[in-house]
Write a protein that binds this ligand. Structure first.
Ligand code: SF4
Ligand code: SF4
Length: 504
């Protein structure tokens, strides 16, 4: 297994070079600007009575919602947060932050709540305006991201945009815990004895460019770690954005980047309380989205908000926020509830007293706190990650399989207008076909979900296992609770796949 790709001759040197990543990030920034340009002012086709004709044929909508959004699930599964290495928005944010006001982020913002709210807001924009169907709305969203990255960079130190506004980064950080890919220091003792610590330094340094006897000197600020990590203290891959600054600045060649064994970071403890909240919202949205193709199940899932809106006499404007609260919070809680109850019942200890119980009044010692509950949810979330990732991967593969064929059209005609007219109005071109026939794809999907379920069971066992004085202990209530939750989730995914691919 390649534990450190930096050791590969030539290839390792390319990975270490700052110029490799500068050029790639610049190319990505160029692509982002081209996407904004091709989406701007493209909403529909005059004279064509179709609501969203450019959804797949336009370069902007196709690139963001099909190629990037779906492709990134596959990337995150294998390479964790590797997209962040080349992400132009995060890079721009980090770059600007070196020259701005450099304020410290307030501690109350340093959690997953802002990014959870952004995820909810994006879903509401999809519900209300179908932003994913229109190039101009998509371009506006991308432009807003760039502006936010610049403004946040001017105010705060480090990559504040990533922390506050990027739900993609938060999703990658969840999946990075499972990915067989990590950045770690080779020897912690080398870091302990390192005096200069250039990997974390943000001091001003002198730089020099020279050509022959001509020299140009200037002072600049060292980049440090854009998310304030200390490489020697990293023990899970969730927060590291793989920007590779520490690889490039380490004066002892003590950082490695490469593959690792499963189960990744699952032994490193549960999700933080606010990250558990993000996970719950993601779980609800993903599961509801998965069930979209099974009409009866979808109607059952949306029955409560639909009927509440009806009974209140609310139209779509009222239904959507209700649907969001239901799908993003209450529905995932309901999925987890049986497992949580089983776990709590498993905590009850019954013992035999010697003699009569004394009548002295006792103080209740069991207390319920929201943060304790969220910590428990964060622990319960860990074993679900492989199954949730497999469901996410299924959605991504289905979408890529059905729509990848639009890529040549989006490249030839970035506005998407001519392609749409040729396919749908003049019918001089057939619509792009699927990559893999559905008869084969359905078995691929079944295998992915079964593997996801099996890995989740293994993850539940791993998380439930602990060591006490050299003795292995299994937290049985936790394991049973995780199994019950896994069966409930698999019920949603399995029944949808059966109905959609095998019955219909
Ligand atoms: S967290 Fe988001 S904005 Fe930041 S680098 Fe990653 S993908 Fe880009
Ligand atoms: S630990 Fe290294 S690679 Fe990770 S974000 Fe910090 S500087 Fe970048």
């Amino acid at each position: 297994m390649l534990k450190n790709i930096l050791d590969i001759p030539f290839f390792g040197a390319i990975i270490r070079s700052t110029w490799t990543w500068r050029l790639l990030r610049l190319a990505m920034l160029g692509l982002l600007l081209v996407m904004i340009a091709y989406g701007w002012h493209q909403h529909a086709i005059p004279g064509v009575d179709v609501r969203d004709p450019l959804m797949y044929s336009n370069f902007t909508t196709f690139n963001l919602w099909v190629l990037w959004m779906m492709g990134m699930v596959v990337v995150a599964m294998f390479l964790g947060r590797s997209w962040c290495t080349v992400c132009p928005v995060g890079w721009l944010n980090g770059l600007i932050s070196r020259f701005g006001l450099r304020r410290e982020m307030p501690s109350w913002l340093n959690n997953f709540i802002p990014v959870t709210l952004v995820l909810v807001l994006l879903q509401l924009l999809v519900y209300f305006f179908s932003i994913h169907r229109y190039p101009d709305y998509t371009a506006l969203l991308l432009a807003l991201m760039v502006v936010l990255a610049l403004v946040m960079g001017l105010i705060y130190r480090r990559r504040s945009f990533c922390l506050l506004f990027c739900p993609a980064g938060a999703v990658f950080s969840l999946y990075a815990r499972l990915a067989p890919w990590q950045l770690r220091v080779k020897e912690k003792t080398v870091c302990e004895s390192c005096q200069a610590k250039p990997c974390v330094s943000t001091e001003q340094v002198w730089k020099q460019a020279s050509i022959s006897s001509l020299r140009l000197n200037w002072r600049t600020r060292a980049e440090g770690c854009p998310v304030a990590l200390v490489p020697a203290a990293i023990n899970d891959s969730a927060a590291c954005t793989l920007c590779l600054n520490c690889v490039q600045t380490c004066c002892n060649d003590n950082v490695s980047l490469g593959f690792r064994n499963w189960p990744g970071d699952l032994r490193q403890g549960g999700l933080r309380p606010s990250e558990a909240l993000f996970f719950m919202v993601l779980l609800g949205m993903l599961t509801a989205n998965f069930a979209k193709v099974y009409v009866t199940l979808r109607e059952a899932i949306f029955w409560p908000p639909e009927n509440l809106a009806l009974s209140l006499g609310w139209d779509a404007a009222g239904f959507y926020p209700l649907a969001m609260i239901w799908v993003g919070l209450l529905f995932p809680l309901l999925i987890m509830l049986p497992g949580l109850l089983i776990y709590l019942v498993g905590q009850v200890k019954i013992s035999t007293l010697e003699g009569e119980p004394d009548d002295a009044p006792r103080e209740a010692t069991a207390t319920f706190t929201l943060s304790g509950f969220m910590t428990l949810l964060g622990q319960m979330a860990l074993p679900l990650l492989p199954l949730v990732l497999s469901a996410h991967l299924t959605l991504a593969i289905v979408k890529l399989n059905a729509k990848f064929g639009y890529l040549p059209l989006a490249l030839q005609d970035p506005s998407g207008v001519k392609s749409f007219l040729a396919i749908n109005v003049m019918q001089t071109m057939p619509p792009p076909g699927v990559l893999i026939a559905l008869d084969i794809l359905k078995w691929v999907i079944v295998v992915i979900l079964i593997v996801g379920f099996a890995l989740s069971v293994a993850a539940a066992w791993t998380v439930a296992k602990s060591e006490d004085n050299g003795q292995q202990k299994i937290d049985r209530p936790f394991f049973v609770a995780a199994l019950v939750t896994l069966f409930i989730l698999s019920g949603f995914y399995g029944s949808t796949v059966m109905e959609w691919l095998f019955v219909r």
